[in-house]
Ligand binder design. Structure first.
Ligand code: NZQ
Ligand code: ZN
Length: 383
């Protein structure tokens, strides 16, 4: 096992009925006024908004609200929210929603202190500090509730970039799996696939005997079983809870201990696809690209790829493991080819060019532009 450093400062309040604690938790840390950042309105339909504002008001926390964060969140909304924070003099940011809202809140929290928030994503201005960040998660997928990463899109330049900084760990995140019962089936699947993908970005770096590989095997199987059960019974609380906590564990540092910060090239390829197709959900892009990446790269660490096929998918050999993975994606009604995403074969060169802008690309198997094109071709040919 490789050396590693693990530290995660985020407090998690997990479980049914935990949202009404938000006001008291913010108040006891001395914050008096927050920016409440939200998406397009699902939190008004499922009762999360009412629970949140009642709790804030009971604890005497003032708020200013900013709505309209979209899936694959964009820079312009973040700039609008930063201006609002400065004009209103808020002490903290409260994100209420899925990963897009949480990631935008992280951008706002650090952008508050930056000359140009996009420069942080371009790596031309350094993040030094951020406003305290609180989150109420309504979609378990990204792990953003307990990590220091944010992903943002500048659509006019086809750029979808990530930042990571210790100041971006949320102070506190509330995860009530019960409120995820309102998710459409497609988003539940997205949560499962994104979480499995985060684990896979680390998994193949390791050896079959590593503790973290064993943990990642168990979390993967639990996520798969939870999604299967939710397909049969969407209201099953225990499966929602298993998926939710599995999703957090998939990208809060635990899944990467001893695995050298992971691989991440499939995520970089997906971000290039979404940068050209903002309508493609992050996890749906991953569903198409991950089997293709595995097929292309398995020779880089054959024992661990074979172990994954057997331990996660009960399959004999990597090819059978990939088949089992794609079968499950089809069963879950997820896309399996670029055509399913609405991405045309002619777009592959432009997507490859965008992917090559983020370097390094690949650690287990460094990828050239030709490799990227080959992986995208496998994804185009899948059915
Ligand atoms: O707009 P709202 O009303 O919030 O509706 C959302 C949105 O339409 C809806 N939704 C969320 N919770 C719901 C709900 N609908 C009904 N009931 C609920 N309880 O779901 C839709 C998708 O939400 P979104 O936040 O976009 O999804 P997700 O959580 O998958 O976030 C995806 C974004 O996170 C980035 C992705 O690239 C993408 O931009 N990622 C962030 C990472 C991180 N910070 O560590 C890592 C990931 O790999 C990923 O790159
Ligand atoms: Zn992801």
């Amino acid at each position: 096992m490789n050396n590693f450093s693990f530290h995660n400062p985020t407090q998690i309040l997990f479980g049914k009925g935990t949202i009404p604690q938000i006001g008291e938790e913010i108040a006891r840390r001395g914050e008096k006024k927050v920016l409440l950042l939200a998406g397009s309105g699902s939190i008004k339909q499922n009762g999360v908004y009412d629970q949140t504002v009642q709790s804030l008001e009971a604890a005497g926390i003032a708020r200013v609200e900013c709505w309209g964060v979209q899936a694959n969140p964009v820079l312009s909304k973040v700039r609008e929210a930063i201006d609002l924070c400065r004009a209103e003099g808020v002490d903290a940011v409260l994100a209420v929603g899925g990963g897009s809202v949480l990631d935008s809140a992280k951008a706002v929290a650090c952008g508050f202190y930056l000359n140009d928030v996009w420069a942080a994503y371009e790596k031309t201005e350094a993040i030094t500090k951020a406003l305290p960040l609180y989150t109420i998660l309504t979609l378990s997928a990204t792990g953003s509730e307990m990590n220091m990463f944010s992903v943002l899109t500048k659509p006019e330049e086809h750029k979808k970039w990530a930042i990571g900084h210790p100041s971006l760990y949320p102070v506190l995140s509330i995860v009530d799996p019960a409120v995820q019962t309102s998710l459409p089936w497609r988003q539940t699947v997205c949560g499962g696939v994104d979480s499995l993908s985060h684990i896979m970005e680390f998994y193949f770096i390791g050896k079959p005997t590593d503790t973290t590989v064993a943990v990642n095997t168990a979390v993967s199987r639990t996520i798969i079983e939870a999604v299967d059960q939710l397909q049969r019974e969407p209201g099953d609380y225990d499966s929602r809870a298993s998926l939710a906590w599995g999703s957090t564990l998939a990208l809060n540092g635990i899944s990467g201990c001893g695995l050298n910060f992971g691989e991440w090239s499939t995520h970089q390829l997906e971000h290039a696809v979404s940068a050209h197709h903002p309508d493609v959900a992050h996890a749906e892009g991953l569903a198409v690209l991950f089997p293709a990446w595995i097929e292309y790269c398995e020779a880089a660490n054959p024992d661990t790829f074979a172990h994954w096929a057997q331990a996660v998918w009960d399959s004999n050999g990597v090819a059978d493991g990939i088949d089992a993975f794609r079968d499950r994606l089809r069963q879950w009604e997820a896309p399996v080819s670029l055509a399913d995403l609405g991405v045309k074969r002619e777009e592959i060169p432009a997507i490859a060019d965008t992917a090559m802008l983020t370097q390094p690309l690949g650690s287990l198997r460094p990828l050239s532009r030709e490799d990227v094109v080959n992986i995208l071709e496998i994804a185009a040919n899948a059915s």
